[in-house]
Ligand binder design. Structure first.
Ligand SMILES: [Zn+2]
Ligand SMILES: [Zn+2]
Length: 144
């Protein structure tokens, strides 16, 4: 329980609080056009599984952004709160919302072939192209 209280993410205006039981410190970066349009840049997301509790649910709007995931945001301040995989119900929370960042490690860059030319990270991580992601998720559909 104490772990849940420690891991509280709060939106800009404070109306929404997200309590997560676990955070995978190996976070991912997505360079796809959807993520860049949503956040103005590449999206840093940490997998927080399904043990996620929300305070201020009435302020959460969820946008059905694709056939496999939806994206949640605070309807008052616009802070991006999560993406939720429809198949598993698991939540990815933006890394910038997490209160503890000590152990975080960039572990994967998705849609590396869609990354625009105006930025690149010096982090040395594995990358997956759009074709690789499609092939991977087609074969591992149950793990999405
Ligand atoms: Zn807010
Ligand atoms: Zn993306």
């Amino acid at each position: 329980m104490s772990k849940l209280v420690e891991n509280v993410a709060i939106c800009l205006c404070g109306r929404v609080k997200i309590r997560v039981a676990t955070i995978d410190p190996k976070f991912t970066v997505c360079h796809c056009s959807l993520c860049r349009k949503w956040g103005g840049g590449p999206l840093f997301m940490a997998n927080c599984g399904t043990e996620v509790e929300f305070e201020g649910k009435e302020s959460i709007k969820e946008y059905d952004s694709s056939s496999w995931a939806s994206r949640g945001f605070c309807s008052n301040c616009g802070t991006h709160l999560f993406s939720r995989f429809k198949k598993t119900g698991s939540y990815n929370v933006p890394v910038g919302l997490l209160p503890h960042t000590e152990n975080l490690e960039m572990s994967m860059q998705y849609f590396s072939d869609l990354r625009p030319e105006y930025y690149c990270f010096s982090n040395n991580t594995p990358e997956m192209t759009e074709a690789e992601i499609q092939a991977y998720f087609a074969s591992e559909v149950s793990q999405i």
